[in-house]
Design a protein around this ligand. Structure first.
Ligand SMILES: Cc1cc2nc3c(=O)[nH]c(=O)nc-3n(C[C@H](O)[C@H](O)[C@H](O)COP(=O)(O)OP(=O)(O)OC[C@H]3O[C@@H](n4cnc5c(N)ncnc54)[C@H](O)[C@@H]3O)c2cc1C
Length: 386
């Protein structure tokens, strides 16, 4: 039986590992966090990604954790409602940490071995195996390594080259944090933009006592990556402080949080998602940026296809090539959508624009011609990688 290492126990890594284990591969996940993550952002799952969850037997569990947000409004700087839209029913929204927990539980049942609190430090390829060094464990041999370690992938840095070569900065930053529901919102979201280059939003997730807030703003220059949380908060305040509406109150609450997501809006583009016995999947390979709203779905679909091709193609090289061929157009389309949405986010809000955007989204979710057909892969075949 082939032994495969998956780096990253997020959406893509956990799903890849689940299917690999189900097809009979000896599958290890190394996740740098000391445990499964908590308190993450809501993400949308749509189209074929729902089929992947259904085939895994996890769709009911995911539906049960639906955030159940029903409408979204845009207000002006004085709180006057400008636009209001119902949430799109064709997309299923769930907190990312709850999705990962479900994937993880199914993976462990299928035989995936998780190792938390460690990270790959070296990858040395040989004709018939890969030697992998870790921060906290002995060097170990694997047949293949899958990098599912997100937009700032270490596997990509070690095997493909520095991030700057593949990252495309989209000219804005996104911050995200959780707070109490001090606005008394119920099953809804609200947002306010200055119509130029900054916006703030708040929305409920399934627990109506809590809110999540997203803060988005344009910035001509990219910052060094490892700023302190205080520097990040200052940078955010400098950019969204004048938006109006609840911006000042949100910044005050931001000041007391220690669980802040903050990153440049970036896409990842590589000519090839694999090299030798190492392949990338999810954001590590083809991040479409959070504005696309499709990062989770393409991570789930990519994971399913990659594992299925590894279980059925004649060689791992064929599997990697098939995986990229099957996903390429879909990913390119999602990335294009992610870039287009930036313009929409910062445009002065009108009901007409909101309706057009909602209609585009619904059409994409219901009938996306670029989304790959998801084969049912046989799980009966003896597993070897050549
Ligand atoms: C604020 C925000 C909002 C978003 N909203 C949406 C949305 O509405 N809809 C949508 O579809 N997508 C959304 N996305 C995008 C979506 O979250 C990602 O596209 C998706 O999670 C990609 O999954 P992934 O597994 O490839 O990467 P990640 O989810 O980033 O997972 C990577 C995993 O690898 C681990 N890791 C990192 N480095 C190492 C290392 N060196 N060694 C071991 N492990 C490592 C990380 O801890 C993490 O667990 C959003 C993203 C953000 C940040």
């Amino acid at each position: 039986m082939s032994k495969i290492l998956v780096s990253g126990g997020g959406v893509a890594g956990s799903m890849t590992a689940y299917w690999l284990a189900r097809y009979g591969f000896d599958t290890v996940v190394v996740e740098k966090s000391p445990s499964l993550r908590t308190g993450g952002q809501p993400v949308d799952v749509q189209g074929g990604a729902l089929t992947v969850l259904e085939r895994m037997g996890a769709l009911d569990a995911v539906r049960a954790r639906h955030t159940d947000r029903r409408r979204m409004s845009m207000v002006d700087r004085y709180g006057q409602v400008l636009t209001a839209n119902d949430e799109d029913p064709s997309s299923l929204e769930i907190l990312i940490d709850e999705l990962i927990q479900i994937e993880h539980d199914h993976g462990e049942q299928a035989g995936v071995r998780y190792r938390f609190g460690d990270s790959i430090t070296t990858i040395t390829q040989h004709p018939d195996h890969v030697e992998v060094g870790f921060e906290h464990a002995e060097t170990e041999r694997f047949d293949l390594v899958i990098g599912a370690d997100g937009v700032h992938s270490e596997v990509r840095a070690l095997s493909f080259g520095p991030e700057a070569r593949f990252a495309r900065y989209l000219g804005c930053y996104l911050a995200f944090f959780g707070l109490d529901n001090y606005l008394g919102l119920s099953h809804e979201g609200m947002a306010c933009t200055d119509g130029i280059g900054a916006g703030v939003s708040v929305f409920t997730v399934h627990d109506q006592n809590a809110l999540r807030s997203g803060l988005i703003f344009k910035a001509a220059e990219q910052l060094p990556r490892h700023l302190s949380i205080q520097q990040q908060k200052r940078f955010i305040a400098d950019h969204v402080g004048d938006v109006g509406w609840e911006a000042a109150n949100l910044l005050e609450r931001l000041g007391t949080t220690d669980a802040l997501y903050f990153d440049a809006m970036t896409q990842i583009q590589l000519a090839s998602w694999s090299t030798g016995r190492v392949a990338l999947v999810g954001d590590a390979a083809y991040c479409a940026a959070p504005t696309s709203g499709r990062g989770t779905s393409q991570a789930l679909i990519g994971a399913y296809v990659l594992a299925g091709e590894l279980a059925t193609a004649a060689t791992h090289s064929d599997a990697f090539a098939n995986f990229q061929r099957i996903l390429a157009d879909y990913v390119a389309d999602n990335q294009q959508f992610g870039r287009t949405q930036i313009g929409f986010l910062f445009a002065p809000p009108t009901q007409e624009l909101s309706d057009t955007n909602a209609a585009n989204l619904a059409q994409f979710n219901n009938d996306n011609p670029k989304e790959p057909n998801l084969k049912i892969y046989s799980s009966q075949r003896p597993i070897t990688t050549r």
